[in-house]
Design a protein around this ligand. Structure first.
Ligand SMILES: *Cc1c(COP(=O)(O)O)cnc(C)c1O
Length: 376
C-alpha cells in the first residue's frame, strides 16, 4: 500500500468510510501514459474522479479533458483548463449544455446519431465533431458497448452530413470498454477506424483525428498488461493501418490515471455466521454498492482488500454493504477470504478505489452520508 496513505490513515484515523488519494501518484500515472504515447494527447476522463486537486494537478501537467456534462466542463474551467483542451465527450447532451459549452469556448463535440449532430450544428456551429463507432468490448471487465456508438456505414453518412451542416468533421472515436485487459481490442478498433478514413477520403472527406477512448486497466487482484504493451499494440496498429499518413491521436484514460492512487478506508460493522456453519462468514462493511463501490455490481470489479490482521489464518467470506437493500452485496461468488480474527470495529482498506467511487456514491440512502474525501 502507498506509504503516504498508510501514514495518513495511521496518524489521522479519519472517520470511515473515506477515500484517501495521493495526488502525486496521479501525476506519476499521467506521466507513465504520456511517456509511452508521446504523440498522443491525453484527455483525462473527468467522470472517473472530478475532484479539484486532481484536475488542478492535471492542468499543471498540460492534460486535456474529456467531460461528460456541462457541470464537468465547468469543473475543468474552474481548475484552469483552457476550453480548447476540453472535449464534450458524451454522445447524449442537453441542448442547453451544448450551448453553455460553446459559449465557454469549447469547440469539440462527439456524436453517434443524426439527431445529436443536428443539435450540435444548431448550438455549436462550426465546431469540430467526431463520430463514435461501436466496437467490440470483449476483454473488458466493465463493458460499455450497446449504449454508445454507431456502425461504420452510418458513421460514414453522418460525417458527410456534418460537413454539409457547416461543422468541421474532425475524426472518429471508440471505447473498447473499461478495465480492458486485452491489448488486441485496440488493434481491432484501429483497423475499423482506418477503413472508414480511407473510405471517406475516397468520398472527398479527409478526417484528421482518431480518439481511442479509455479502457486501460489497473491491477486489482490480478495482473493486467502494462501500459507499454498497450502502447506497443497501438503504435503497431496505427503504422499498419495508416502507414506514414498518421492521424492526430487522442486517448481518454480515466481509471488508469486515478484508480491506483486511492484507498477507501472502511470499518467492519458485523462479522456473522448467519446460522449456517457450512456457509461463509458474512462481513458487513460501512460502505457498499450504494456508498460508492458501485462497480462491484455483477462482481465485475474485484477490489483487493487489506486488514490489520493480514498474515493470520483466513476463511471464505461473503462481503456486503451496510444498507437494508438486498442488492447491497459486493462479493458472494468471487472467492474472497479474510482473516478468522477479523472483528466488528476493525478497519479494512479497499485498494484501487481512486476511480469511479466518490461520484457513484448515493447521497443519503438509509441515512448514510457520502464518503469523505482526503487528497494528499
Ligand atoms: C468512461 C469513459 C472514458 C474513461 O474510461 P476508462 O475505462 O476509465 O479509462 C473515456 N472516454 C469515454 C467516452 C468514456 O465514456
Amino acid at each position: 500500500m502507498n506509504p503516504k496513505i498508510t501514514r495518513f490513515l495511521a496518524d489521522r484515523q479519519p472517520a470511515t468510510p473515506c477515500l484517501v488519494l495521493d495526488v502525486d501518484q496521479v501525476e506519476h500515472r499521467y506521466r507513465a501514459i504520456t511517456d509511452v504515447l508521446p504523440l498522443t494527447r491525453v484527455y483525462y476522463a473527468v467522470k472517473a474522479n472530478p475532484a479539484a486537486p486532481i484536475l488542478n494537478r492535471l492542468v499543471s501537467l498540460g492534460s486535456s479533458f474529456d467531460a461528460a456534462s456541462w457541470e464537468e466542463i465547468r469543473l475543468c474551467l474552474d481548475a484552469g483548463a483552457s476550453p480548447d483542451h476540453i472535449s464534450f465527450g458524451n454522445t447524449v447532451k442537453k441542448a442547453s449544455a451544448i450551448e453553455a459549452a460553446y459559449a465557454a469556448g469549447v469547440r469539440m463535440f462527439v456524436f453517434d446519431s443524426g439527431e445529436e449532430l443536428e443539435k450540435i450544428a444548431r448550438h455549436a456551429p462550426g465546431s469540430k465533431v467526431y463520430c463514435r463507432l461501436i466496437v467490440a468490448n470483449e476483454g473488458a471487465e466493465w463493458p460499455l458497448s450497446r449504449k454508445f456508438g454507431t456502425s461504420v456505414s452510418h458513421a460514414r453518412d453522418l460525417m458527410l452530413r456534418a460537413r454539409d451542416m457547416g461543422l468541421d468533421p474532425y475524426g472518429l472515436s471508440f471505447h473498447v470498454g473499461s478495465q480492458q485487459t486485452s491489448t488486441e481490442a485496440y488493434e481491432a478498433a484501429i483497423a475499423q477506424v482506418a477503413m472508414l478514413f480511407t473510405d471517406l477520403s475516397a468520398a472527398g472527406l479527409d478526417l484528421r483525428m482518431v480518439n481511442m477512448g479509455g479502457g486501460f486497466p489497473i491491477r486489482y487482484r490480478e495482473d493486467v498488461p502494462e501500459i507499454d504493451q498497450f502502447a506497443d499494440t497501438i503504435h503497431r496498429a496505427l503504422r499498419q493501418h495508416f502507414g506514414n499518413n498518421l492521424p492526430e491521436t487522442i486517448v481518454e484514460p480515466g481509471r488508469f490515471i486515478v484508480a491506483e492512487a486511492g484507498v477507501v478506508s472502511t470499518e467492519v460493522v458485523l462479522v456473522s455466521k448467519r446460522g449456517n456453519d457450512k456457509g461463509p462468514r458474512w462481513v458487513y462493511l460501512d460502505i457498499g454498492r450504494f456508498g460508492g463501490l458501485a462497480e462491484t455490481e455483477g462482481e465485475s470489479i474485484r477490489y483487493a482488500l487489506r486488514t490489520g490482521h493480514d498474515g493470520d489464518e483466513t476463511g471464505p467470506v461473503a462481503i456486503a454493504g451496510p444498507t437494508c437493500d438486498g442488492a447491497d452485496i459486493m462479493y458472494e461468488k468471487a472467492p474472497y477470504a479474510l482473516p478468522l480474527s477479523l472483528r466488528a470495529g476493525d478497519r479494512i482498506e479497499v485498494l484501487g478505489t481512486g476511480a469511479y467511487v466518490t461520484t457513484y456514491c448515493s447521497t443519503r440512502f438509509n441515512g448514510f452520508a457520502p464518503l469523505e474525501e482526503h487528497y494528499l
